[in-house]
Ligand binder design. Structure first.
Ligand code: NAD
Length: 266
């Protein structure tokens, strides 16, 4: 589906973490389709180059490759500095990279819990810190959008690290939004429900499981990555200049207590 707007981000420079596939890739493409120059972060350079090769060309300069592990301080400092140099600036930061590991909570391995927290929480804090520092030093009204999850508020048994990390993201967003609101920096989040991306292939490719997942969603279908990109770009655009510290749930109604659609309690 083509981008609904044209040139909404002409001249803007955008860094997207975790842009080698899924929601990050769709978001980077949407920004590029609307005129932005994009820096693509991920850990594997070849995958990022393959994504970049499919993007519409930037009007000025090339889209940047920002290889590195977003949970590692030295990587983040280097890749953000390189991206800013390559693009000649930074206007929008999308903290998208994230993952989850399943385990009964009584057996959760410390390294698994800490690994998820490192990417989903530290991997948000570090690029936010670097971007904000750059914006304050250069008088830029930057925008941050963090990719959270409906599990920011819906408990997720067997995914303790993931639930904890997305809960933490809410307070990162609200705290940074308040701390920098008076200095022209906006910070918001999107919280997707069940989205068709590579990490969900186990149920996407199984018709029974796909039906089961869909049955729990009030709109009776999972979302597409481009529908999350729609929300992320809205929060980055001139359409949302008075919005900060908010989480926009993009979930087909998943957070509306679907069980109560038909009255069963009175
Ligand atoms: P995905 O696995 O398809 O993509 C995740 C991306 O993050 C990949 O490019 C991966 O390489 C990158 N990444 C992982 N660890 C990294 C690290 N340490 N450094 C740099 N990059 C790293 O996942 P997705 O479904 O597109 O999810 C993206 C975001 O959306 C995540 O934060 C996830 O929690 C959130 N989310 C997804 C869904 C869903 O149903 N797919 C639902 C709610 C929230």
């Amino acid at each position: 589906m083509p981008a609904p707007y044209k040139d909404r981000f002409a001249g803007k420079k955008v860094l997207v973490t975790g842009a080698s596939q899924g929601i990050g890739e769709a978001t980077a493409r949407r920004f590029a389709e609307e005129g932005a120059q994009v820096a693509l972060n991920g850990r594997k350079e070849d995958k990022l180059i393959a994504v970049r090769d499919k993007l519409p060309k930037a009007a000025v300069g090339d889209h940047a490759i920002a290889t590195g592990d977003i949970s590692k301080e030295a990587d983040v400092k280097r890749l953000m500095q390189e991206s800013i140099e390559t693009m000649g600036g930074l206007d929008v930061l999308v903290c998208n990279a994230g993952y989850q590991i399943a385990s009964p909570s009584e057996d959760i391995k410390l390294e698994d819990f800490e690994g998820v927290m490192a990417v989903n929480v530290t991997g948000v804090m570090l690029p936010c810190r670097e971007a904000i520092k750059y914006w304050l030093e250069n008088g830029i009204n930057g925008v941050i959008i963090v990719n959270s999850s409906v599990h920011q508020i819906i408990p997720k048994p067997h995914y303790l690290g993931y639930s904890a990390s997305k809960g933490a993201v809410d307070n990162i967003v609200r705290t940074l939004a308040l701390e920098y609101a008076s200095r022209g920096i906006r910070v918001n989040a999107v919280a997707p429900g069940a989205i068709v991306t590579p990490i969900n292939m186990s149920w996407i490719n199984d018709p029974e499981q796909y039906k089961n997942v869909s049955s729990h969603i009030p709109m009776k279908r999972p979302g597409e990555s481009r529908e999350i990109a729609d929300a992320i770009t809205f929060l980055a655009a001139e359409d949302s200049t008075y919005i900060t510290g908010q989480t926009l749930f993009v979930d087909g109604g998943l957070t509306l207590f679907g069980d109560f659609e038909k009255n069963w309690s009175s």
